[in-house]
Design a protein around this ligand. Structure first.
Ligand SMILES: [Zn+2]
Length: 182
């Protein structure tokens, strides 16, 4: 996950934009079109996913895409327009793992301000141990806490979520965790 590249051309007229503080009292530099005046606002993106669990095991997917090819992740991806956070998390779980599951409550909300993202994970109760992963996944399989490949986890937000999930399992209480990733 890296910062998005700067906007180069105006979405309205195609002219080359320049980064400057707009004349409307704004305080941040924006991509402003010198031809038509359009100001392009860039805002954080949401990544949504699940912690699919069955008994004391959690489902991880081995990534078949960059970045972090070959590393393990929870099913997650960018939210699409027109869907809710829970719908997006369920869609990613279906696409990446082909799992049968029932959505549960929101579990982690993580600000990754450095790259302009917010990651949200829901718990999801698996209804079967059979998976049918899509092209983004090399392998989908269940792990006990002791078998989690902690050094091969693709993203820090996934690691943070897994650590809290297994900690909360011991108490049976799953409050929402708000975490700032630095
Ligand atoms: Zn323009």
């Amino acid at each position: 996950m890296i910062f998005r590249s700067p906007i180069k051309h105006c979405k309205n007229c195609g002219s080359a934009v320049i980064y400057r503080i707009p004349d409307d009292g704004d305080t941040k530099e924006r991509a402003v079109c010198p031809a038509c005046g359009t100001i392009h606002y860039e805002n954080p993106l949401n990544v949504v996913g699940t912690v699919p669990h069955l008994g004391d095991r959690v489902l991880l997917c081995k990534r078949n895409i960059e970045p972090r090819w070959g590393k393990w992740t929870l099913p997650a991806g960018f939210m699409e327009l027109g869907e809710t956070t829970a719908e997006g998390a369920a869609r990613e779980t279906d696409e990446e793992a082909g799992a049968q599951f029932e959505m549960e409550d929101l579990f982690t909300v993580m600000n990754v301000a450095r790259v302009g993202q917010v990651h949200l994970f829901y718990r999801a109760r698996l209804l079967s141990d059979q998976f049918n992963p899509g092209h983004e996944t090399i392998e989908a399989r269940l792990f006990n806490e002791a078998d989690i490949p902690w050094d091969e986890i693709a993203f820090k937000t996934v690691k943070e979520t897994l650590q809290r999930y297994f900690a909360d399992r011991r108490t049976g209480q799953y409050p929402v965790h708000n975490i700032d990733i630095v």
